[in-house]
Ligand binder design. Structure first.
Ligand code: AHR
Length: 324
């Protein structure tokens, strides 16, 4: 009798133990899923909105848990978000850095916590390249060159100086620095091409319009070309040009970058001459990189997206095919 009471008690203990182990097993199963912390710059442009959507959709499709943080175009907010991802012990951190410099301390913290960091879209300027695993995104210098080459071709036969005004992207950001560099590289041995004014429009429509108004006020009809570092600023500037009584794409040749739907609509309406593609659809590539990393595979230091150039004449045919 005593013996059977003892074995009943042992059974209860055993069942209890099995239940605890099962619960622990369940928890560790849950832990097996991949968590990605992503710090986005903000929602400054049509491009950025498409980029966020691509990342959210791709994470869902890949079964990756996404912790998303919007920095509202402030570096300090991105640094806070990265620190919070480290505290939450995410598996991988990815971010699109608003500016190039000032990331070393927080990247060192991520490295010390053994959390790999992937850069998307924009580069950082660090002494130590081991602080990030890979950079997925466009070649911004080449985009600037493509804009420059298209312009040189377009202006063949133009007599006299080609006066260019430039709307730069966010000061200190990789696309603003590189797009300027690539464009100037093409024009450096063409003395009749002159950048007569250059100012930031912070990649937004509102600022693009505001700065173009100032350019027009200062230069009047002296402007032959507008080079905008993105479509949103070009679209804002088109408004300013029309309000000044001039015809965009005719009185002033307009070259911009991104190839968002808004640019194709402007080209179809005959108001923008060309857009150089910069694809925001980086989500699928990012999720593949995250999974490869978690599977222990080595990633190339640079993953470059393939892109084209779309002049006005292609707009009607291309617009229905555009995904962003
Ligand atoms: O970093 C990519 C740039 O950022 C896009 O050209 C611009 O539209 C965006 O805001």
């Amino acid at each position: 009798m005593k013996r059977s009471r003892g074995s009943a008690a042992a059974m209860v203990v055993l069942v209890g133990l099995v239940m605890i182990l099962a619960a622990l097993g369940c928890q560790s199963d849950k832990k097996k899923g991949i968590t990605l912390g992503f710090s986005q710059i903000g929602a400054e442009s049509e491009w950025r909105t498409a980029n966020t959507k691509s990342i959210e959709e791709a994470a869902k499709a890949a079964g990756i848990e996404l912790k998303f943080s919007d920095a509202q175009q402030k570096q300090e907010n991105q640094i806070k978000a990265i620190r919070s991802f480290i505290a939450q012990k995410v598996d991988v951190i990815a971010f699109s850095p608003v500016v190039e410099t000032g990331w070393e301390p927080v990247l060192r913290e991520a490295k010390a916590a053994k959390i790999p960091v992937i850069l998307t879209d924009r580069a950082v300027d660090t002494q130590d390249d081991s602080l990030w695993v890979t950079l997925i995104g466009s070649d911004f210098v080449e985009e600037g060159r493509r804009a420059g080459r298209w312009l040189v071709e377009k202006m063949k036969g133009h007599e006299g100086p080609v006066n260019i005004v430039e709307l730069q992207g966010t000061v200190g950001s990789a696309p603003a620095i590189d797009r300027k560099k690539g464009f100037e590289e093409i024009l450096k041995d063409k003395p009749n091409f002159k950048i007569i004014r250059s100012q930031t429009g912070d990649f937004t429509r509102a600022k693009g319009k505001e700065v173009m108004e100032a350019f027009l006020k200062a230069e009047g009809k002296n402007i032959n070309v507008l080079y905008a570092h993105n479509d949103d600023m070009a679209i804002g500037a088109i408004q300013a040009i029309e309000e000044a009584g001039l015809q965009p794409a005719k009185d002033i040749v307009i070259v911009s970058i991104d190839a968002v739907k808004g640019a194709f609509e402007a080209m179809k309406a005959g108001k923008l001459n060309v857009t150089v593609e910069c694809s925001p659809l980086l989500g699928p590539q990012l999720m593949t990189a995250v999974k490869d990393l978690m599977a222990g595979k080595a990633l190339p230091k640079r993953i470059v997206t393939e892109e084209g150039v779309f002049p006005m004449e292609t707009a009607a045919q291309e617009l229905p095919k555009r995904k962003y």
